[in-house]
Design a binder for this molecule. Structure first.
Ligand code: ATP
Ligand code: MG
Length: 247
């Protein structure tokens, strides 16, 4: 990545692209993941490639949910593994959440490669290899999860989740925290807490909020959760994308 000059205006975006490319080469990211990244980048460009205030608030609310959870799980797919492996491990440590590999285009080989990659980045217990439970309402491969992981979780963070699965998880009654740059995507629309931000910025931001809230009393965390207006957060992101100026 040394070839991208420090002062390049699209530097972060190019570095991110290289990481996704490396993920594909390592067998952890699918080719579909490249397309998904491209779609995300377009929205990020229009957001000004920064965490907007409504996304920062949503990140804080997500942190409160993770701290309040009985059993929280962070779902990791090939793009997440390529872009933020250290950051996912840090968020799990800050909140006590489990980490589970959960793929839209599932192959056992890729699940194992991602689990191994996460372990290399410090994860101790990676779920997703058992695949001994099914999310109701989805076809066989797409439905696979761990019984002691996502299946039994009360709170799940699903960054860049596919719309169908986001809806199916919500239908199971789980509190769904979604990171997605497109406020109009079904995943964002379905989420209890939509964080409209790049995963690269959002995951460390949720961790920072969790660390700041760690010693807060339960009532304060519940207050943070109750004060959140998901519709307003989605509307603020859409406003920024449609009307923002790029200075
Ligand atoms: P649906 O309406 O079914 O949710 P979709 O928008 O999810 O459709 P995909 O292209 O499969 O369609 O999903 C990719 C999603 O992931 C896009 O919404 C895109 O904005 C988002 N995305 C891609 N890369 C990132 C990233 N780095 N950070 C945050 N979101 C991202
Ligand atoms: Mg989506």
């Amino acid at each position: 990545m040394a070839e991208i000059p420090e002062g390049h205006p699209r530097r972060d975006s190019l570095v991110t692209r290289h990481r996704i490319e490396a993920g594909v080469e390592q067998g952890i990211t699918s080719k579909q993941g490249l397309v998904a990244q491209g779609r995300g980048e377009a929205f990020d460009y229009l957001l000004g490639e920064e965490t907007i205030p409504s996304a920062d608030e949503a990140a804080r609310v997500a942190a409160a949910h993770l701290l309040l959870a009985e059993h929280a799980v962070l779902s990791v797919n090939g793009n997440v593994a390529a872009l933020v492996p250290d950051e996912v491990v840090a968020l799990a440590a800050a909140t006590g959440a489990d980490v589970e590999v959960n793929l839209f285009n599932r192959t056992e080989e890729r699940v194992r490669a991602i689990a191994e990659h996460l372990r290399e980045h410090g994860a101790t217990d990676v779920k997703g290899l058992q695949a001994d439970a099914r999310i109701p309402g989805l076809d066989h491969e797409r439905a696979k999860v761990d019984a002691d992981g996502i299946y039994s979780a009360d709170v799940v963070l699903v960054p860049l989740e596919d719309g169908d699965r986001a809806e199916a998880l919500a239908a199971m009654g789980k509190t769904e925290l979604v990171v997605d740059l497109n406020p109009l995507s079904r995943s964002a629309q379905t989420a209890a807490v939509p964080i409209v931000d790049n995963i690269v910025r959002a995951v460390p931001n949720v961790t920072a909020h969790a660390e700041a809230l760690r010693d807060a009393p339960r009532e304060e965390l519940e207050g943070v959760v109750e004060a959140f207006d998901r519709e307003a957060a989605l509307a603020a992101a859409e406003r920024r994308i449609r009307g923002g100026d790029l200075d």
